[in-house]
Design a protein around this ligand. Structure first.
Ligand code: GUN
Ligand code: ZN
Length: 449
């Protein structure tokens, strides 16, 4: 058993339905309500299996600790559940900050050439290490990760995640048209054999789960999508992840490729993709029937705000998703996204909602990056909360990492305001420590050549 002392924030449920007034607590007191708890001077007890044994005020739990229990003292810092990134491309670190294109050109000019390099195992290994190190340095402990089309590269991502003990969803990307020849699945039989072998090898191993990963209906042919849909239906417990209705030109191209289809999402429904454990990234250009279909099918959404801003894709309507009671998580979508950091992703989510006349409340920002993401990945009983019985994946954050942040924090009178200035101004420099299953991650390698 060991203990951590810090200010502890954790959600019990989605604050979305409540008004901002109801959920802003006074800073001086501990706050415990049906939505979240916040202990200004809190204590988390972690057992030898890496699970949380107890959470509460330090005065209640900390003072009675046996003398031999080690305490990591982060008094004055904020501890929350490790962040959860519901959609990120582990093979796109080379692509971040690529100038001047929108989705379809961006894929052709920048992204596909970068992903082609993953044919070589050494490149895939170095990039996978760099990627997971950076996730952890940013306080992200769980993710739905896209590798590339290459069997070996996707195996390497699983191996590296397993080595670090991460909770992860991933799976070989499926693509066989409208992309470079060297990035295509060659034939259905081979792909099916590879998928079955990978699922057998990785799904349910340690904290790893397998996701069928058809890239999108532009680059994935109907027969290949059908294969993904068939395996998804055949093996309960698998995940499905893809991109939908991200960019106007993309939606137009789908109309040309599938003129008889009611919509982009309707095509995916016909392929068997719309179901619980299916995670759709973007969901910007939906009509009302699409929203109903998302709701009916229990599908979830990865909201990718920095990517949507960077690629000029459009503004995801969180309010509409709420009206249809759809699970939404935050996603960096690197390399379309500009940062792996979830504080910055929260801030981008606020910026996107502002464009459509909505203000994303800071408590909701933190909810979306923790328990909201856990729900999208169906892990709401395992991670995403600092609560008894949960896996101790945690992040410790500095409220301020520079004088401007400090000045702004000193003005904050409510928890909500402190959180808002942290998410608006903060970033990688605010991450003090990351814990995976109760173990502090050793300061990960800064750079991999
Ligand atoms: N649609 C198909 N592939 C991709 C990708 O790699 N990134 C984004 N943002 N959208 C996509
Ligand atoms: Zn993506």
């Amino acid at each position: 058993m060991h203990a951590i002392r810090a200010s502890v924030l954790s959600f019990h449920r989605d604050p979305g339905a409540l008004g901002a007034r109801e959920i802003s607590g006074d800073l001086s007191a501990n706050i415990e309500n049906s939505v979240y708890s916040y202990f200004e001077d809190g204590c988390v007890l972690i057992n030898e299996h890496g699970n949380i044994e107890a959470v509460g005020p330090w005065q209640q739990l900390g003072n009675d600790l046996a003398a031999n229990i080690i305490v990591d003292d982060y008094s004055g810092h904020l501890l929350c559940p490790g962040f959860i990134d519901t959609h990120v491309h582990g093979a796109q670190l080379d692509v971040i900050a690529s100038y001047g294109t929108q989705l379809l050109d961006w894929l052709a000019v920048h992204t596909f050439p970068a992903e082609a390099k993953f044919e070589k195992a050494e490149h895939a290994r170095l990039q996978a290490r760099l990627f997971f190190n950076e996730l952890l340095r940013n306080g992200t402990t769980s993710a739905a990760v896209w590798p590339t089309v290459h069997e070996q590269a996707s195996t390497i991502f699983f191996q590296e995640a397993q080595r670090l003990g991460l909770r992860l969803v991933s799976g070989k990307v499926l693509m066989d048209q409208h992309c470079p020849i060297n990035l295509r699945d060659e034939n259905l039989q081979t792909t099916e054999r590879v998928l079955r072998a990978q699922i057998e090898r990785w799904h349910g191993q340690d904290r790893l789960s397998y996701a069928l990963t058809p890239r999108f209906a532009v680059a994935t042919s109907e027969p290949l999508m059908q294969l993904a849909g068939r395996l998804f239906a055949e093996m309960p417990g698998l995940y499905m992840q893809n991109h939908v209705a991200e960019n106007k030109a993309e939606v137009q191209l789908i109309k040309q490729l599938y003129p008889a289809e009611r919509s982009y999402l309707a095509l995916y429904e016909r392929m068997g993709f719309c179901a619980p454990r299916s995670i759709f990234a973007h969901c910007i250009w939906f009509d009302q029937q699409d929203w109903h279909l998302m709701q009916r099918s229990g599908s979830a959404i990865a909201f990718c705000p920095s990517s949507n801003l960077f690629l000029g894709s459009g503004f995801f309507d969180l309010k509409l998703a709420d009206q249809y009671s759809i699970n939404v998580g935050l996603a960096s979508d690197v390399g379309g996204g500009t940062s792996l950091n979830m504080l910055q992703t929260m801030s981008s989510a606020y910026l996107v909602q502002q464009q459509i006349g909505a203000s994303l409340h800071p408590l909701r920002q933190f909810y979306l990056a923790t328990l909201g993401g856990a729900k999208v990945l169906d892990w709401q009983d395992k991670v995403g909360r600092v609560a008894r019985g949960y896996e101790a994946d945690l992040v410790v954050l500095k409220w301020a990492s520079d004088p401007v942040e400090k000045n702004r924090q000193l003005l904050s009178k409510t928890l909500a305001d402190r959180l808002f200035s942290l998410s608006t101004l903060g970033g990688r420099a605010n991450v003090v420590a990351t814990y995976v299953r109760g173990k502090k991650v050793d300061s990960p390698v800064e750079a991999v050549s």
